[in-house]
Write a new protein. Sequence first.
Length: 68
Amino acid sequence: MPKEVAMLLSEEDAKKYAGQFVCTADFNSTTVVAADYSAVKAYALANDGGFSDPVLFYVPRLGEVFVF
């Protein structure tokens, strides 16, 4: 069975936004439209930028254990 890896962000963006909540326009986009340390603020910034249904996710810091 082949393994597929989904990349949500480039390595550069992952470093830039580490520890923040990030919004992309939709599930097919890797372009960050808003980011903040607050999920609520990041989502509001994306909405204010004209993105009515952005995808919000957390970018863990290097070495941070992130369980979901």
